[in-house]
Design a protein around this ligand. Structure first.
Ligand SMILES: [Mg+2]
Length: 281
């Protein structure tokens, strides 16, 4: 098939539209018109065969879903509303038109739920499937949730028990609604993708604080080590003043303290900054 045929196939699939997308696929670049008074937030994420997934067990629709879900999880962590995405996809010889159709269907099904328009992208070929997505979200000016603004005395929360869940692993559910809710109360936030221990270390370092944990909520069927170091949870981790109203499902895991060398401790025992790291395996 030609690139033009693939583009035509993609354009015939049901997908969300947006009045802010002045010009989408079909020009040299997309034109997006932001609303006044908004900050835009951007994230980019890879999903590469042999690195992030293998086929099987991943279906093409799983891969399309997960690629966008990873980006949306970062948008949720910023307290932003997702707006559009740009997608680059390099196909392997094994991925023909049927694969492409299933991949985009998986992606568009998730995109429709959050009204994320596909504003553009690029297609290429390689020996293994490689995909990269840029997702843009919007927040009212200065309202984005950051990871460098936690304060001593804040309570620390996660959005669900942790530890890899094999159904969510292939089809993670981004916590968009929760992220929007947290704009009202959270002092800092991020998503848990590389393991609570490593991600909480990152938050503490960015905010120059430490974390005193008293409770690690472990998903049924997982171990505490998996909850701390496993990664791929796609849940939110945030801090908020202890008197602030907690959103439904919030699980308090500890308290923010002043910065010190052991950034994270569980019942006074240091928790190492280990987890999923592409460059240190
Ligand atoms: Mg993140």
């Amino acid at each position: 098939v030609t690139e033009a045929e693939l583009l035509k196939l993609i354009s015939t699939l049901p997908q969300p539209a947006s009045a802010q997308l002045i010009r989408g696929i079909g020009d040299d670049a997309a034109i997006w018109r932001p609303k006044p008074g908004e900050d835009l937030v951007f994230t980019t994420d890879f999903l590469i065969e042999g690195v992030h997934f293998t086929v099987p067990p991943y279906s093409p629709a799983d891969i399309g879903h997960k690629l966008l879900a990873r980006g949306l999880s970062d948008i949720a962590a910023m307290g932003a509303e997702p707006r559009f995405c740009l997608l680059s996809l390099a196909l392997s010889p094994a991925a023909g038109p049927r694969w492409v159709k299933a991949f985009y269907t998986g992606l568009f099904n998730l995109a429709s739920r959050y009204n994320v328009a596909l504003a553009g992208g690029d297609l290429s070929h390689t020996d293994k499937i490689a995909s990269d997505i840029v997702v843009c979200g919007a927040v009212p000016r200065s309202k984005a949730l950051r990871r460098d603004t936690a304060k001593p005395g804040d309570a620390i929360y996660v959005s669900a028990p942790l530890g890899r869940d094999w159904s969510r692993y292939r089809r993670p559910e981004p916590r968009i609604e929760l992220g929007l809710q947290l704009r009202e109360t959270a002092t800092a936030a991020m998503d848990v993708t590389d393991g609570l221990a490593l991600d909480l270390h990152r938050l503490c370092e960015a905010s120059d604080v430490s974390a005193e944990l008293t409770n690690i909520p472990v998903r049924r069927g997982a171990t505490q080590d998996q909850a701390l170091y496993g990664g791929e949870d796609y849940e939110l981790l945030w801090t908020a003043p202890p008197q602030a109203a907690e959103p439904r499902g919030a699980i308090r895991i500890g308290t923010v303290a002043k910065g010190r060398r052991d950034r994270v401790a569980l019942n006074a025992v240091p928790v190492p900054a280990k987890g999923y790291d592409h460059f240190n395996k």
